[in-house]
Design a protein around this ligand. Structure first.
Ligand code: GLN
Length: 445
């Protein structure tokens, strides 16, 4: 399995740029140990995987796509790495990403861009673009990404693979390099829904080292994949199929809804009245939390240091050289929103709108089992197409950020091609109902 993965990487990596770090030596060592293993084998024994580079891996460089962590090697494993080791999975390397998860195209990687295997002129999505490209091209059998406002689901959609963002609290964030702590979640990118269920089985569960980890029982995800969705109640928010959504995407989503109906589901149109404020709300809260989380990169504790005339000068030079433009933009936005006198007008207001968005979903879920719509308003765009101004890029997150703000589980599953490019169907569930969204995705797939 490892050899097949390494051959594929050698064939494709020069074009794809999906990896920030290959760990061939470590992977071979682990493969030999796994070969020698007898007795009960783990669920994912010897399966080659890629890990997004913001997930801490002991002894393997972990940069979060940032130059400021260019020489950082963690001394401990993230909780998900411990769990995947127990399940027997074998990490091949660390996957490319937008710096600290800030981006929707991988164009913000501090090192080099990752490319969409379907069309090398196009972005793989972001921020887990390297992970999605690697799974889509067969470099690895699955990958872990992280999702703050869509970073697992949108690249999965752009690259034609399955991507699942768990309920906030379902998977431990211990060892995940923080972007926006109230939104960040780790989840799988896979070739099919069954694989997503298997990886979720391995990584889910309570962890006392993450104070927001939820002590909620983990069901058997694989046995939830029955194929039976007769009588399922599907809500389709009209706001997510309106203006700004490409015709080809709308068409594929409507076809998918027909498929769900043919399987016995009941599909109704509903409304999420506050969803129009979701992008604005997210782009206040996420940068605010990021500005605080990123204060730790000061040239003292981690990574790169640029010497200066005095301490403050050293901070300034280190952060000026180490962070890219998008990260600096967000630190400025976030610091502004949190500054005294502005806190009530921005951060507090955004928190209130966040509650309204969560309630919109809650009221739908009293009558429906899942909420379904497109994962992204477009298919993969070309490099440079959305970089002219930041707002154009931010608008690409319109379908995913409401779900993140509400903390709900959601899967993106491929639902066909538009002009030769994959379209993703987003299926959103009730809190901690990953089994439910996987079941629907599996029946549809
Ligand atoms: N594209 C969004 C952003 O730039 C989401 C990123 C993410 O989920 N990490 O913030």
């Amino acid at each position: 399995l490892l050899d097949a993965s390494l051959v594929r990487i050698r064939e494709t990596e020069e074009k794809l740029g999906a990896f920030l770090q290959l760990d061939e030596e470590g992977a071979r060592l682990r493969a030999n140990q796994l070969d020698a293993q007898t007795g009960d084998l783990g669920l994912l024994t010897a399966i080659p995987m890629g890990i997004k580079d913001n997930i801490s891996t002991r002894g393997v460089r972990t940069t979060a796509g940032s130059k400021i962590l260019g020489d950082y090697t963690p001394v401990y494993d993230a909780a998900v790495m411990e769990k995947l080791a127990e399940a027997g999975a074998n990490m091949v390397g660390k996957m490319n990403m937008d710096e600290f998860g800030m981006g929707s195209s991988n164009e913000n990687s501090g090192f080099h861009r990752a490319v969409n295997p379907w069309d090398l002129e196009r972005v793989p999505g972001g921020s887990s673009g390297g992970a999605a490209a690697a799974v889509a091209s067969g470099q690895v059998q699955f990958a872990l990404g992280s999702d703050t406002g869509g970073s697992i689901r949108q690249p999965a959609a752009f690259c034609g693979v399955v991507g699942l963002k768990p309920t906030y609290g379902r998977v431990s964030r211990y060892g995940l390099i923080a972007f926006a702590s109230s939104l960040d979640q780790i989840g799988p990118l896979t070739r099919n829904v069954e694989d997503a269920a298997a990886v979720m089985q391995a990584i889910s569960g309570y962890d006392e080292r993450d104070s927001t980890s939820a002590d909620v029982g983990v069901p058997d995800y694989l046995s939830a994949l029955t194929g039976d969705i007769k009588g399922l109640k599907v809500a389709v928010p009209k706001e997510l199929l309106k203006k700004g959504v490409a015709e080809g995407v709308k068409e594929k989503v409507k076809e998918a809804l027909k498929v769900l109906e043919s399987l016995g589901a009941v599909v109704d149109e509903v409304s999420l009245p506050h969803v129009e404020y979701a992008v604005a709300t997210y782009y206040l809260l996420a940068p605010a939390e990021a500005s605080s989380n990123l204060a730790r990169y000061d040239g003292v504790r981690y990574g790169v240091r640029v010497e200066g005339d005095n301490l403050i000068d050293m901070f300034n030079r280190t952060r000026s050289a180490g962070f890219g433009d998008e990260v600096k933009r967000r630190i400025m936005l976030g610091t502004y929103a949190l500054s005294s006198g502005y806190y009530d007008a921005y951060y507090l207001k955004a928190q209130k709108v966040r509650t309204l968005i969560r309630r919109d979903f809650e009221s739908i879920f009293t009558d429906y089992d899942v909420v379904v719509g497109p994962t992204a308003p477009t298919t993969a765009f070309t490099f440079g197409e959305n970089t002219k101004d930041p707002l154009t890029m931010y608008m690409n997150d319109i379908c995913t950020v409401p779900v993140s703000l509400a903390g709900l589980p959601a899967v993106s599953v491929p639902c066909g091609l538009s002009q030769g490019l994959p379209v993703g169907l987003q299926i959103v569930g009730k809190p901690f109902d990953e089994a439910g969204v996987l079941k629907v995705a599996h029946a549809f797939e």
